[in-house]
Design a protein around this ligand. Structure first.
Ligand SMILES: [Zn+2]
Length: 73
């Protein structure tokens, strides 16, 4: 689901919006449509580590934390 971050050029309000193809993007504060799209909240860092580490575990308990089925460390 594409969530974008916008900044209103008129009142400088920062807001996030789930954008569908029919969505008209406008500022929720002043309803100005002259907004600037910022970076998407998705698709950039922090979304998880590489899945390549999953090959080394062999299904055993994780040594990095107390979980038995940890796939993130
Ligand atoms: Zn505004």
């Amino acid at each position: 689901m594409p969530i974008y971050e916008y900044k209103c050029e008129k009142c400088n309000e920062d807001f996030e919006l789930i954008v569908f193809s029919t969505t008209v993007v406008k500022c929720p504060k002043c309803e100005n449509k002259d907004v600037r799209k910022k970076m998407s909240l998705f698709g950039m860092g922090g979304s998880g580590k590489s899945s390549s580490q999953a090959d080394t575990g062999g299904g055993k308990g994780c040594s990095g934390c107390s979980s038995h089925n940890c796939s993130t460390c």
